[in-house]
Design a protein around this ligand. Structure first.
Ligand code: NAD
Length: 514
């Protein structure tokens, strides 16, 4: 958790006199300053300076947000589908128009470069656009004359108050994965964003209000474990979506389901990219570099391990190595930067530690990001490449979540496949080959939720669903797309008959349709 800062309401300044912005909750359509007496520091990762102090909610503040959502649910669920769709279109227009403003907020608190931040908002926007189709998505089924004079039909209704708990690495997109379908389905929402980069959620709340969303339908409470536990235990929260690291995802799933909630909890990842000897090596190297170092490796779909099969290894490592010096690392607002800093100093130092442990455990450091990192107080680490990693090394076993790519050399496709299927995670994976038969076999065999064939970061488009297997997902439902609509609704089946004296009689037998 982020270290505690000054008391709430106190408009502090840093050692250079720069203002530190208080970041409040958003409850019932308005910003609400925290009253818990606890705040956390928010940094600009490119400068290393504190820029904000975010309120950390108490149990009472979480309850206020849930009560607002509960009250709003009573009327929101009755708003016509046509009106809800119209609102989603309004939201879509506003988010589209303010895309760059959102992206700049992401750069300021997360550190990713502006072009990447724009990409994040665009991918989130796709989920909002999908949710604009809610009239079609909520269509039920109808069976006329299931029995004589009897019709049967199914409808899907919203579940109630839904909570979303989100990670630092996509502060706009991952919440959009949740609130857009949840609200379109007729639920009301309480978002608990990452306390490391919380401002995008408040900007989103303002946009939703401007779009015409009624107060209380979307609320934001900032916080740490206190706020999360309050949501997990709250009797008026019906369903909970979580995206974050695996240990917390497991905890969320176990605690939320124990309290009777519907839970989808997406966890961490260790994504492997297999490169076969027949692959286009330049294409594979471009893909590995893009997927390993984009967003400084802080993506759950980042490629973390390249598995080079047979003769692919030497030319592939050489091709990757050749590309690394050209990557410009710097402030995300500098248009020449391709990779920004890491989110916090602690995380940067942890990621850098894998270079030491990798070398000590026998890996070869081909590129050392500590040497190429820009000078200054920003949380920078340059691109790093470890060759000859093995399954025993920390750099292989842990999700590094930084710009460190490992190369593992294996002899055969079967060894590469086994490596992936033995790994505890199962989020994304990719194979690079010209052999369609092998690629098709890989798609059949591999134990991962999202597969790329000559595609490095196979994040599904909005009309499919996103989710991993094994310890990358706890719960049954993937997120957004059709599974998202299913998760945020519950089914009801109606059997109906209209009075017809000709068919009415007393019959104590079990109803039959024939
Ligand atoms: P995290 O698990 O530390 O935090 C996620 C959320 O949980 C935050 O809102 C945080 O405040 C809260 N949290 C943290 N510790 C908690 C605790 N002890 N009890 C209750 N709540 C707690 O994750 P992060 O560092 O913000 O994000 C990076 C992780 O998220 C990586 O592991 C990454 O793979 C994962 N991630 C997964 C996906 C996916 O779709 N599978 C997508 C994005 C990120």
């Amino acid at each position: 958790m982020t270290e505690l800062a000054s008391a709430p309401g106190e408009r502090a300044s840093d050692s250079n006199g720069a203002a530190i912005t208080p970041i409040n909750h958003w409850i019932d359509g308005s910003p609400v300053p925290g009253t818990s007496g606890r705040t956390a520091k928010v940094f600009n990762p490119a400068t290393g300076r504190q820029s904000g102090a975010v309120d950390l909610a108490s149990v009472e503040e979480v309850d206020a947000a849930v009560q607002s959502a509960k009250t709003a649910f009573a009327s929101w669920r009755g708003v016509s589908i046509a009106k809800r769709a119209e609102l989603m279109f309004n939201i879509r227009e506003l988010v589209h128009d303010r895309k760059e403003d959102i992206a700049r907020i992401l750069v300021a608190e997360h550190g990713k470069v502006l072009s990447d931040a724009m990409g994040e908002v665009t991918r989130g926007l796709e989920v909002i656009e999908f949710a604009c189709g809610i009239p079609t998505l909520l269509k039920g089924e109808f069976s006329e004359q299931a029995s004589t004079g009897v019709d049967v039909y199914s409808i899907r209704q919203p579940v109630g108050v839904v909570a979303g708990i989100t990670p630092f690495n996509f502060p706009a997109m991952v919440p959009m994965w949740m609130w857009a379908p949840a609200i379109a389905c007729g639920n009301t929402f309480v978002l608990k964003p990452s306390e490391k980069d919380p401002s995008a959620s408040i900007f989103t709340a303002e946009l939703l209000k401007e779009a015409g969303l009624p107060d209380g339908v979307f609320n934001v409470v900032h916080g740490d474990k206190v706020a999360v536990d309050a949501l997990l235990e709250h009797p008026d929260v019906s369903a909970l979506s979580f995206v974050g690291s695996t240990p917390i995802a497991r905890y969320i799933y176990e605690t939320g389901t124990k309290h009777g909630k519907r839970v989808q909890a997406l966890g961490g990842a260790k994504n492997h990219m297999i490169v076969l000897p027949d692959a286009d090596i330049d294409m594979a190297a471009d893909a590995a570099v893009s997927a390993a170092y984009g967003s400084a490796g802080e993506r759950c779909m980042a490629v973390s391990v390249v598995v080079a099969v047979g003769d692919a290894a030497d030319p592939l490592v050489a091709a990757i190595q050749q590309r690394l010096p050209k990557i410009t690392v710097g402030d995300g607002l500098d248009p020449t930067s391709e990779m920004g800093p890491l989110v916090t100093r602690e995380h940067r130092d942890k990621v850098a530690g894998y270079l030491d442990s990798g070398a000590a455990q026998g890996a070869k450091i081909v590129a050392d990001g500590r040497e190429s990192a820009p000078a200054g107080d920003g949380f920078f680490l340059g691109v790093s490449l470890l060759d000859d990693i093995t399954t025993e090394m920390d750099a292989y076993r842990d999700e590094i979540f930084g710009p460190v790519l490992g190369v593992m050399r294996v002899g055969t496709y079967d060894e590469a496949l086994k490596l992936i299927n033995d790994n505890p995670y199962g989020n994304g994976t990719a194979i690079f080959t010209r052999d369609g038969g092998v690629a098709r076999q890989f798609q059949f065999d591999v134990e991962a939720g999202m597969v790329g064939i000559n595609v490095p970061i196979p994040v599904p488009v909005a009309y499919y669903s996103f989710g991993g297997w094994n310890q990358s997902l706890f719960g049954d439902s993937h997120i957004y797309g059709p599974e998202g609509i299913h998760f945020y609704t519950r089914g009801k089946v109606v059997t109906s008959r209209w009075p017809d004296p000709a068919t009415s009689s007393v019959d104590l037998g079990f109803p039959q349709t024939r």
